[in-house]
Design a binder for this molecule. Structure first.
Ligand code: NAP
Length: 300
């Protein structure tokens, strides 16, 4: 019998957890701040940014969106990011990708202070994840996939996980997170041979390829857990995942729908990353204040 993994409901649990932690900070006179930078007027990006802004405000996070023209030059954008790096009221910075052509996204990501990099894409955070160091910030979508598995009590330790897709945003970090949690992980990509046979070995199959309904029901091991990260809009306007949902539901043991699966969880994890970055910044600042006070006392 299929268990539908309701990402929307699970995301609400995370958002409530964040809201309560933000309230606790507010009682100490502290407010986490998130800055979202949108360059250009891509309609899909505008929707994503609006949703992130709204979710952050609902959680009590002070959200601001910087709207910059598509003609913004690299140096100008880097200067704006530097201002946000220096701003103590901003704890999380997210530059909405993709950027308009002519802007070097990799350089922009490197310009963000790693402690404020709530997208988890700065090389320092990528390295932390690769080294199994849990102090870094982890990309939101893969973190959301693991949160869905955790909330659904699907065990990762000892499971065979197949991740379809090897992007820096989803596939690779998701594989590393699963590995960190003692799963046996295989990463597949566009050059992988015999995908159906490989997928059929998975206890947990994660699809992040951006190919509408690539994964057929016959690729899925009966009873497997299927996490569908894909968001693809068909010519008809319908939104579908990377998994053929109507086929998968007949075989899988549990399955995330599209929409209403990984998508809402991605935003929830952004809020959690912002909270984490803020908590660290507050702790660091009060640590520094204590040190100054102690030094003063010693001098008296
Ligand atoms: P991406 O950067 O385009 O990467 C796609 C990956 O899939 C690549 O590694 C590619 O292999 C692989 N691939 C493409 N066609 C394949 C095929 N026929 N067989 C096997 N592998 C194939 O995409 P992404 O940013 O990771 O995003 C993947 C999907 O997730 C998209 O639908 C995107 O919209 C969605 N997404 C959703 C969320 C969310 O919040 N739910 C967030 C981010 C992304 P090569 O490396 O060999 O090219």
């Amino acid at each position: 019998m299929l268990r539908l993994l309701d990402g929307k409901a699970m995301a609400l649990t995370v958002r409530e957890r964040v809201r309560q932690a933000v309230q606790a900070l507010a009682r100490q006179g502290r407010t986490p701040g998130l800055a979202v930078v949108l360059v250009g007027d891509d309609p899909a990006s505008q929707v994503y940014v609006r949703n992130k802004d709204r979710a952050a405000r609902e959680a009590g996070i002070e959200a601001r969106t910087l709207l910059l023209a598509a003609s913004t030059r690299q140096v100008e954008l880097e200067a704006r990011i530097n201002e946000l790096n220096q701003d103590p009221s901003v704890h999380g910075i997210l530059v909405q990708l993709p950027l308009p052509s002519g802007l070097d996204a990799a350089r922009i990501v490197r310009a963000i202070d790693p402690a404020k990099d709530v997208d988890g894409l700065h090389p320092e955070n990528v390295a932390a994840l690769a080294m199994g160091d849990s102090t870094g910030l982890v990309p939101c979508t893969p973190a959301g996939c693991v949160e869905i598995l955790d909330q659904s009590q699907v065990p990762l330790a000892g499971s065979r996980v197949v991740v379809l897709g090897r992007s820096a945003l989803v596939g690779k970090p998701l594989a590393l997170l699963c590995l960190q949690r003692d799963a046996t992980v295989t990463i597949a990509h566009s050059k992988t041979l015999d995908l159906p046979q490989l997928c059929a070995q998975a206890d947990i199959l994660c699809a992040a390829v951006g190919r509408p309904e690539l994964v057929r029901g016959s690729w899925i091991r009966p009873g497997a857990c299927v996490i569908d990260v894909g968001i693809n809009r068909l010519a008809s306007g319908k939104l579908v995942g990377d998994v053929a949902f109507d086929e998968a539901r007949l075989v899988a043991g549990s399955l995330t729908p599209v929409p209403g699966g990984v998508g809402p969880m991605t935003i929830a994890m952004l809020l959690e990353n912002t909270l984490r970055a803020a908590q660290r910044s507050f702790a660091k600042r009060s640590g520094a204040t204590t040190q100054v006070a102690r030094a003063r006392q010693e001098r008296c």
